[in-house]
Design a protein around this ligand. Structure first.
Ligand code: FES
Ligand code: FES
Length: 163
């Protein structure tokens, strides 16, 4: 079957199998390999991306839900200034070790910064924002420290990434 969708601001048309998931389309058909596959069962958050402006686990989204969907992946974020600030804060705070979980954490960080703009955020709210992301090596303290630093920087995240 042929699926038309918009990925990182560009219209694309892909040939898909009925059992493909959004993650398969992104990584295998479009070769946007910044989005990772961990558990494949909606538990680890490594495959997190934006679909129609909402965070989703792309391993759980079946291909039949994708027609005309608007997808933004970590590979489509790299040219934004806010992305560079987030990456730098993660690096400066030692919040990345193997890096496998990092794309998912960064996507959840983007959503937290977008929702919390101008408001104070507690550590519990930060932890809630990462409820769907698992890191097996860094530990969460350094990630929370990186996010705390970002929350002091008054970073603006656009309501839509591509118009
Ligand atoms: S690979 Fe999708 S949640 Fe783990
Ligand atoms: S940095 Fe290795 S899983 Fe998080």
């Amino acid at each position: 079957m042929n699926i038309d969708l918009n990925v990182n601001g560009k219209p694309v048309s892909v040939e898909a199998e009925p059992l493909d998931r959004l993650l398969d389309i992104i990584r295998d058909k479009l070769e946007l390999t910044g989005t990772k596959e961990g558990c494949g069962e909606g538990e680890c958050g490594a495959c997190t991306l934006f679909m129609n402006n909402k965070l989703v686990n792309s391993c759980l989204v079946p291909v039949m839900h994708l027609h005309n969907a608007e997808i933004v992946t970590i590979d489509g974020m790299r040219d934004f200034d806010f992305f560079r600030l987030i990456s730098k804060s993660y690096e400066d705070n030692g919040a990345v070790q193997c890096g496998f979980c990092t794309p998912g954490f960064i996507m959840s960080t983007i959503e937290l910064l977008r929702k919390s703009h101008g408001k104070s955020v507690t550590d519990d709210e930060i932890k809630d924002a990462f409820a769907g992301n698992i890191c097996r090596c860094t530990g969460y303290d350094k990630i929370i420290k990186a996010v705390r630093q970002l929350l002091t920087m008054n970073i603006t995240i656009p309501e839509r990434f591509y118009e």
